[in-house]
Design a protein around this ligand. Sequence first.
Ligand code: PBG
Length: 337
Amino acid sequence: MTQHSFQPASGFPTVRMRRLRHHPLVRDLVRESTLTTNDLILPLFVVPGRGIKKEIGSMPGNHQLSVDRLVDEVGGAIDIGIRAFIFFGIPTHKDAIGSSALEDDGIVQGALRALRETFKDKALLITDECFCEYTDHGHCGPLSEQGGRRDVDNDQTLPKLAQQCVSHARAGADVVAPSGMMDGMVQAIRTGLDEAGFSHVPIMSYAAKYASGFYGPFRDAAESPPQFGDRAGYQMDPANGDEAMREVALDLSEGADIIMVKPAMAYMDIIRRVKERFEVPVAAYNVSGEFAMVKAAAAKGWIDERRVAMEILTGIKRAGADMILTYFARDAAKWLK
Ligand code: PBG
C-alpha cells in the first residue's frame, strides 16, 4: 500500500460544516442559488375603462388596472428593476366560446399596443393564452358533450388558441404562454405563429399545470371561476409526477421553448425533475394562493413576510427554476436593492 501524507478527511472533527458558515463573507462565496430581478415575471390584470386601479381583496398590492393605469404600473416596476410581465385580460363581454379573446382590439391587445409604444424594448411582454376569462361558463375553451360529460372540447380549442396567439403577437407580445392544458396546444400555436410570420416568438408552455386549490384568489382577480364543475378534466391531478414528465416531453416535441410548472411550492419535486431530466429553461408559477397565504399570515404578525417570501423564491430557484412568475416581484425587487 502506498503512503499518502494527505489523509482524506473522513468526518468530524476534521470536517466541520460550520466552518463555512462562520464568516458572513464566506457564506456569500459558497451560496449556491441567488435570486435576482432578472428572474422575476410580474403578473398583471387588465380591465376595460380609464383611470381604474382596483385592489384585489385577496391579493394585497395587486390590482385590476385599466390600460392607462397599467402603463403607470409597468413604468413603476421597470424603475425598480422588473423587466418581464405577463398579462391577463378581463373583457367587457363573455360568451360561450370566448370570442372577445380573438378581437384585434381586445383588452389584452390594446394593453400590448400601449405598452409597446411607451416602453419599446424595455419591457418583455408575455401573454397568458387561455379562454377562461372570456367564456361565460368560465372554462378554458368551448364546451362539448363527450360520453355524457360536458367538458372543454380539445380540438375545437386548438385553432382558437393559435388565433389568440397570433392576435397577441401582432399587438406586440414578445412571448406567448398557453395555460389551458389542451393536448396539442403547443403544436397548434407554433404552426399558427410560424404561418403568420412570428417564428421568432417563443412559447412558454404551462406544461405541468395542476388542478389546484391555490388558484382561488386569481379567479377573483380574473373573474374566471368555472360556473359548473372544475378543471380536473384538463388540468393535472396533484398526485401525479410521472404524468408531468410525459406532458413536458410532449410539449418539447411540439416546440415549446420554456416549460412551466404551476403551482410552485407544493410541486418543487416536479420543478427539480423537469430541470434534471430535460435540461431546458424552466419557469415556476408562484400562484395567487401561495402569495395570499404569506400575506395573510404576515398581516396577522405570525410570520416575517420579507424573510418568508425571499425564502420561498430562493427555494423555487434552488429546486431548478430559471424564472419565477410571482405577485411578490415588486416586493422582491425592492428587497433586493
Ligand atoms: C388560466 C390561468 C389561471 C392561472 C393562470 N392562468 C387560473 C386557472 O387555471 O384557473 C392562475 C394563476 C394564479 O393562481 O396565480 N388562464
